[in-house]
Ligand binder design. Structure first.
Ligand code: PLP
Length: 354
């Protein structure tokens, strides 16, 4: 019953086979290999336009490199107050931007809103040169609360950002889950809605270690190759990253795996609700946040279930916890067995919810 994170999942079988195929013979180094060329073409087809493609192996690197392209050292990158770039990257965005400030904006259910962003930008403290200047906006798709932005919401945020000259980044560590859940075209979820640079995650969705920085705004390609090399993320054997991505993009495997993760999370959430447990956020992708009475939490832990205790300030009042309930984060991957979900719910059945 491992529900702590989707990055605990194995690599997909197709990815391992692709790695084995990529291992045959010699290949040009530093991204000049055939698999990398093919993946670049696949991304352009997927996004229905020419895009810049820069493969790396962690989401933190993708985010930090992307933000460094759009945020000067004296600038501010604005993200949701509970964003991964704010709290889970050990200052990498600040480090790679050479010291930019990451500024949080609150928002219900893990989402920033265009109005929230406008209100922050309208505050009177952005006075140069004493304060950093807002330079970029970063939104997570799916969010850290497992919720999604619809294209219209992205477009509204991007419009508010651009009105102030801010560039727009999307942290798509779970972009696949968002695309599978909404059914929206990748282009619709990104550049057609104003996103200029995207961190497209594959690791949580079947890769061994592969993420792509996708650049839509032509001027943001410049020097990203150098930045990636300086950041230590240009693999000399880059074909092994590309092979993973190729395997996942081929025949829409990335969407199939994400849809499976989303469906498992949906089933888990239904099971929890039908047992009288309250969910802290709407279930829109592959993450479930649930309030557990202490006795249920203890029983699940004793039964060997693995998940994170969580906290959030973006929960709607009507979804807040009661009577000392503890917030738990449960994440399903493409490989989460149905039996694990059944076993998890089975423990709750034996520990009646008051
Ligand atoms: C997992 C995750 C990342 C990437 O994390 P790494 O551990 O650096 O690969 C980035 N953003 C979000 C929202 C994530 O959940």
């Amino acid at each position: 019953m491992y529900l702590a994170s989707d990055n605990a999942a194995p690599a997909a079988e197709q990815v391992l086979q692709a790695l084995a195929r990529a291992n045959a013979g010699a290949s040009a180094p530093y991204g000049r290999d055939e698999p990398t060329r093919r993946v670049e073409a696949m991304f352009s087809e997927l996004f229905e336009r020419e895009v810049g493609v820069f493969l790396v192996t962690t989401g933190t690197a993708a985010n930090a490199l992307a933000l460094a392209q759009i945020t000067p050292p004296w600038g501010a990158a604005i993200g949701h107050a509970e964003a991964h770039v704010m709290h889970d990257e050990c200052g990498a965005p600040e480090f790679f931007t050479a010291g930019a400030k990451i500024v949080g904006v609150p928002g219900r259910d893990g989402r920033m809103t265009a109005d929230g962003l406008k209100a922050l930008l309208a505050r009177d403290f952005w006075t140069p040169p004493t304060h950093v200047a807002p330079a970029s906006v970063t939104i997570s798709q799916a969010t850290e609360a497992g919720t999604l932005y619809r294209p219209a919401e992205i477009a509204a945020i991007a419009e508010a950002a651009k009105a102030h000259g801010l560039r727009v980044h999307m942290d798509g560590a779970r972009f696949a889950n968002a695309a599978a859940a909404t059914g929206a075209a990748p282009a619709e979820l990104t550049w057609r809605s104003g996103v200029e640079i995207l961190s497209f995650g594959f690791t949580k969705n079947g890769a061994m270690a592969a993420e792509a920085v996708i650049v839509f705004a032509d001027d943001l390609v410049k020097n990203l190759a150098e930045r990636r090399k300086r950041g230590g993320h240009l693999w000399s054997k880059g074909r092994f990253i590309a092979a993973q991505v190729e395997a996942l993009l081929e025949n829409g495997l990335w969407l199939d795996l994400a849809a499976r993760a989303n469906a498992t999370a949906g089933r888990l959430a239904k099971g929890l609700e039908s047992r009288g447990l309250r969910l802290a956020f709407p279930i829109e992708a592959n993450e479930v946040f649930v309030w557990l009475p202490p006795s249920v939490d203890d029983a699940l832990r004793a039964a060997g279930a693995a998940y994170y205790a969580w906290s959030s300030e973006s929960i709607a009042p009507e979804r807040s916890g009661r009577d000392g309930a503890r917030l738990a984060r449960l994440i399903c991957s493409f490989a989460t067995p149905d039996e694990d979900v059944d076993a998890f719910l089975g423990v709750i059945d034996r520990e009646p919810v008051a």
